[in-house]
Write a protein that binds this ligand. Structure first.
Ligand code: ADP
Ligand code: ADP
Length: 231
């Protein structure tokens, strides 16, 4: 479904964030990208979603192909229309807008009728968001904000959902709910998931396949089972 081949990314200040990074995401899988802080995981997701540009990074070379289509030269909204949505690091909500307003913004590529239907599905997945639909996003807990960020990405009805550290700074009980929802999206709704996590143990339990990054390179890959034996 997604093939990343030998990509090199350099930021303006000459930091080489990715050096020949390669991996693939099989359709229907939950694939994890692991590795310590600074390894290059977020840069990988931003390269795929086309959102490096505002952060002054560039994909210098290599190939990113989604269902046969080359992505590296496309704008973010085109990539969303092709079926890739990203839950960014730090959530990045509009903190002065309500939960429902934040969700609807995620549906910008789709019609009003389609959005109403998807909104209902998101409220089924996260009943807490239905209760809080009129609340201002800035006043929610971290876990609730993470649910809004995931819901906003789901509004685009992606084939591939990419999540950047969904567990970061969130209470363990809520992390469990969020991971349950991720598994539900994969199993019942057939969504392919690319998951970035610093918490390797947590991600390996959920992912069928994982890649471990270090210094802008993939240094290890294997099934979740294989990697948990290695740890
Ligand atoms: P190659 O060595 O050809 O680059 P990989 O090391 O990426 O291939 O993958 C080896 C095997 O693991 C493949 O046969 C593939 O089916 C499986 N695999 C690789 N990536 C994933 C993934 N994201 N999800 C599920 N299976 C995968
Ligand atoms: P990870 O997600 O694994 O923590 P990142 O992709 O965020 O890693 O970072 C990879 C490298 O790129 C790090 O050395 C980081 O400091 C650098 N980097 C990330 N974002 C930027 C940016 N916007 N400008 C300059 N350097 C950056």
């Amino acid at each position: 479904m997604l093939e990343v081949e030998n990509i090199q990314v350099v930021y303006d200040n000459a930091i080489e964030a990715l050096r020949n990074t390669s991996f693939q995401v099989e359709p229907g899988s939950i694939t994890a990208l692991l590795g310590s802080n600074g390894a290059g995981k977020s840069t990988v997701l931003k390269s795929i979603s086309g959102t490096l540009y505002p952060e002054n990074g560039r994909v210098r070379s290599g190939i990113i192909r989604f269902d046969g289509q080359e992505l590296a030269q496309l704008m973010p909204d085109v990539i969303v229309r092709l079926g890739i949505a990203q839950v960014p690091e730090g959530r990045r909500l509009f903190i002065e807008l309500t939960v429902e307003e934040n969700l609807l913004i995620g549906g910008y590529t789709r019609s009003r009728g389609e959005c109403t239907e998807t909104l209902e599905e998101i409220y089924e997945l996260f009943p807490r968001l239905r209760e809080k639909r009129g609340a201002v996003a800035g006043y929610l807990s971290g876990g609730e904000q993470q649910m809004v960020a995931i819901g906003r990405a789901l509004m685009a009805r992606p084939k591939l959902l990419m999540l950047d550290e969904p567990s970061l700074g969130i209470a363990p009980v809520i992390v469990r709910d969020i991971y349950k929802a991720i598994v539900e999206l994969n199993r019942s709704r057939g969504m392919t998931i690319l998951l970035v996590e610093q918490d390797a143990a947590l991600a390996i339990k959920t992912a069928g396949y994982a890649y471990v990054m270090e210094n802008g390179r993939v240094v290890l890959d294997g099934s979740g089972e294989d990697l948990s034996k290695n740890e």
